[in-house]
Design a protein around this ligand. Structure first.
Ligand code: ADP
Ligand code: MG
Length: 506
């Protein structure tokens, strides 16, 4: 560690050798980064790459395990948010956190200690300086998300932020809102503010950024001026090293499913978070649905499953129109959904394995009293079939490993005897061995004739399991892949919004 760093005086922030682990999960593995005044640095990477963790360390929300942060070449002692704020750093959170019943001005000025009249003047001066027009008396509840983000940015600027960090600000914005945010960013850049712009969208890098940093698995893989890179180079930086770019053509046979009726048909479906999605899944087929977090895949799944409202379009399950049916009706009609977050949606943490295996099945068993005999029978069948490592069916599920929890959750979904299964990130956060077991289970279900919609952000998983694949980007399907065309790089490119070239729009 040194007290100061030799560097150009245009550099406002330098990060050296930052490492961070959460438990045994090593999230940042030695990150270096330099941010210039008056420039936009795009920080891009797949889910879980460590982007948010890195900026939270800069903001003083997390402590790094190793490494230093320098401000204008001087070693900075950050470590708590107040120190970062005092140093002129401001992190705009992904979801703006405003008080809906308060005005714009009240929201911006929350937490300041100065006299109200002084603050009011300072805020008006700032708006004049920026030449921004925003009605300070509007209630926050009436603001669009882009306007709410503007309020968050104003909060930062009122604290004299010289470095503004935006964590995936556009993931919930409409096209016009993105345009206006980009105008604001360009403005701030002109005023000498340094900006770290985290995004999931590769195309935005070329629109807005001067520098680009690509992060993968806690390591910076690409770092330099945007002008030095092509899209293909950036995509390569997102992929694991030595990724087999092209599939072995002989090993790949495309199955013609269209001869049998599809089990699930989604026809121009629009709901919260996605629009105009059409797809079909056939019995005995795994349809991969790739994309990044926020692309709208989970929203699509929960809407199909009857948890969220269908705005327009149609859902057909095994030939029956089930549009707008409740989750219970969907289960009875032969659809089940294994949610992404096992804790939030999948598992009742304090119940035991038997109760968890049969929880989705209660309709078919006694409604009021749980039929313990029936429950035990169903559980034992699946524990055996899936080699779930448990001491018995009365073991508390919270004590199982992630992989075994996932097997219990999948087993539970099978107890309703579905024809169509939607698996949402089935192997996120589980170890390699258990992942192999889960893959074997999925392959078996497919062989049994289930139609499977596999949602995954893990491109390798999509390549490994899918018979066909779709990518979802900003709420719509932007590309379809036949089995032979499913490669990690083309999935990755489409998931990050690049569809030119051989793109065949679905
Ligand atoms: P990104 O923003 O690039 O998607 P994150 O920085 O949010 O990635 O997450 C990187 C990894 O760190 C993930 O594996 C995530 O599960 C883990 N992680 C993030 N925050 C925590 C936390 N507070 N506790 C434990 N693990 C965490
Ligand atoms: Mg993040």
């Amino acid at each position: 560690m040194s007290e100061s760093l030799q560097q150009p005086d245009t550099t406002m922030l330098s990060v050296r050798g930052i490492t961070k682990a959460f438990g045994t999960n090593s999230v940042l593995k030695g990150v270096d980064m330099d941010i210039d005044k008056g420039s936009v640095t795009a920080l891009i990477g797949g889910n879980g790459a460590g982007k948010s963790t890195l900026v939270k360390i800069i903001m003083g929300i997390y402590q790094p395990d190793n490494g230093e942060i320098y401000l204008a070449g001087k070693l900075a002692r950050l470590g708590k948010p107040s120190a970062s704020l005092a140093a002129g750093i401001y992190l705009v959170p992904q979801e703006p956190m405003l008080f809906p019943n308060m005005t714009v001005e009240e929201n911006v000025l929350m937490g300041f200690m100065e006299k109200a009249s002084d603050l009011h003047k300072r805020l008006n001066d700032l708006l004049t300086h920026l030449d921004w027009k925003i009605d300070l008396n509007r209630k926050a509840a009436t603001l669009s998300i882009a306007e709410q983000q503007l309020v968050e940015i104003l909060r930062g600027l009122m604290r004299n932020a010289r470095l503004l960090i935006l964590d995936e600000p556009t993931s919930s914005l409409t096209f016009n809102e993105v345009e206006s945010l980009f105008k604001i960013i360009t403005d701030l850049k002109g005023k000498g503010i340094g900006i770290i712009y985290i995004t999931h969208r590769l195309t935005e890098v070329f629109q807005i950024a001067d520098q680009v940093l690509i992060m993968r698995d806690g390591v910076i893989t690409i770092n330099g001026p945007v002008s030095a890179f092509t899209r293909e180079m950036l995509v390569a930086g997102l992929l694991p090293p030595n990724t087999e770019i092209h599939r072995d053509a002989l090993a790949c046979k495309t199955v013609n499913y269209e001869q049998i009726p599809p089990a699930l048909v989604i026809d121009h479906l629009t709901g919260y978070g996605f629009r105009d999605v059409s797809l079909k899944v056939y019995p005995g087929e795994i349809l991969g649905l790739a994309g990044v977090v926020g692309a709208g895949r989970t929203e699509l799944a929960t809407t199909i499953f009857g948890r969220d409202i269908v705005k327009s379009g149609k859902v057909t399950l095994c030939g029956r129109d089930v549009t707008g049916c409740s989750t219970r009706q969907m289960l009875n009609a032969g659809l089940n959904y294994v949610a992404e977050d096992r804790f939030l949606n999948g598992i009742f943490r304090i119940s035991d394995v038997a109760a968890n295996t049969t929880a989705a099945h209660l309709d078919q068993m006694s409604k009021v009293f749980i039929n313990f005999k029936e429950e035990r029978k169903v559980t034992e069948r699946f524990i055996e079939a899936f080699r779930t490592m448990v001491t018995g069916h009365d073991q508390l599920i919270g004590t199982l490993s992630g992989g075994n929890q996932q097997k219990v959750v999948i087993a539970r979904s099978l107890s309703t005897d579905p024809r169509v299964l939607i698996l949402d990130e089935p192997t996120r956060g589980i170890d390699a061995a258990a992942r192999g077991d889960v893959y074997a289970i999925i392959e078996q279900l497919k062989a049994d004739g289930l139609a499977i919609l596999l949602i995954s952000s893990d491109m390798e998983e999509i390549v490994e399991l899918s018979d066909r694949a779709l990518t979802m980007y900003c709420g719509h399907i932007n590309r379809e892949f036949a089995k032979c065309d499913i490669t990690q790089d083309s999935l990755m490119a489409a998931a990050f919004g690049v569809t030119e070239g051989s793109a065949k729009d679905a």
